[in-house]
Design a binder for this molecule. Sequence first.
Ligand SMILES: NC(=O)C1=CN([C@@H]2O[C@H](COP(=O)(O)OP(=O)(O)OC[C@H]3O[C@@H](n4cnc5c(N)ncnc54)[C@H](O)[C@@H]3O)[C@@H](O)[C@H]2O)C=CC1
Ligand SMILES: Cc1ncc(C=O)c(C(=O)O)c1O
Length: 305
Amino acid sequence: MIRTAVIGLGTMGTGMVATLARAGMAVSAYDVSADQRANALPAISAANQVLNALGMPDKGGDVAPRIVDSLADCVADADLVIENVPEKLDLKVEVLHQIDALVSGSCVLASDTSGIPITKLQADVSAPGRVIGMHWSNPPHIIPIIEVVAGAQTSPETVSWMVETVTGLNMLPVLVKKDVPGFVENRILYAIMREAVDLVEKGVIDAESLDTCVSWGIGYKLAVVGPMALLDMAGLDIYQAVGSYLNEDLCARKDVSALIAEKTGRGDLGMKTGGGMFDYTPEQVGELRAARAKKLVAVRRALET
Ligand SMILES: NC(=O)C1=CN([C@@H]2O[C@H](COP(=O)(O)OP(=O)(O)OC[C@H]3O[C@@H](n4cnc5c(N)ncnc54)[C@H](O)[C@@H]3O)[C@@H](O)[C@H]2O)C=CC1
Ligand SMILES: Cc1ncc(C=O)c(C(=O)O)c1O
């Protein structure tokens, strides 16, 4: 039985813990926040209900995840530690350094970073060959892909082990061949997000209509036909003709839009604070999460047919 420790029980952590335990791993989890630790088990239970709806086999048996109040207890005897703290390079390096001092020489240190190059994270770890990117997608218990990313010093054995481990989670490992910022999924997502925010900021479309356009247009289509296949479906000549005038006109800003920066500056972060691009009551957050999980399950089942 693989002993796995998850460090960080925020947006990603509880669904991740549910997925790992469901696959039969012995899971411990830690968060520096007592509130996050206190709220973890109900959230893990809710994620398990979704895994039931997905028909995910339950190899977890009666072994419940342990929510512990110290990093040392969490990572003791771990075979795999998944770092899942906020997307700040210095914090991640510090947490990995703390973990490194507590684990055995064979423990794999994985980061769920959204796109910080693994090479930057592994530099000061005692055995950098055991450091690897394990980038889940939100919600982690529903979206099946996990990007596997090697840093410059990651060993081939660690890569092979991670691909096999992700497969054992009933998830789809996506091997990213170069340690570029944002890896693959987020480079594409952030290109889309940059253009989407720019269109709303410029008044080309309102936020709600943009979501309708993207979700029922390219979002729906790309769920069935990937971008490379879509080129062939549309015709490469069409892409070349449209791209020849459109590419130079797309948003190419190097910074983050004021529309976003002003909101984050006010602490308006989205569902986790009750307001961001839209406003939410606590009840609406719960209702939305449940409704979206139900739809994602239905769509995934349709895509799996
Ligand atoms: N939110 C998303 O859609 C996705 C986020 N990610 C990445 O996953 C990581 C975590 O993201 P979220 O869960 O969204 O962040 P979050 O902010 O919701 O949760 C982070 C958690 O880490 C805890 N934490 C902070 N410092 C800590 C420490 N020193 N030790 C233990 N716990 C600590 C916080 O209390 C918080 O509960 C980030 O690197 C993020 O970029 C990856 C995929 C999707
Ligand atoms: C906005 C945003 N940023 C990062 C990630 C993943 O790393 C996601 C996601 O997984 O959905 C996201 O929506």
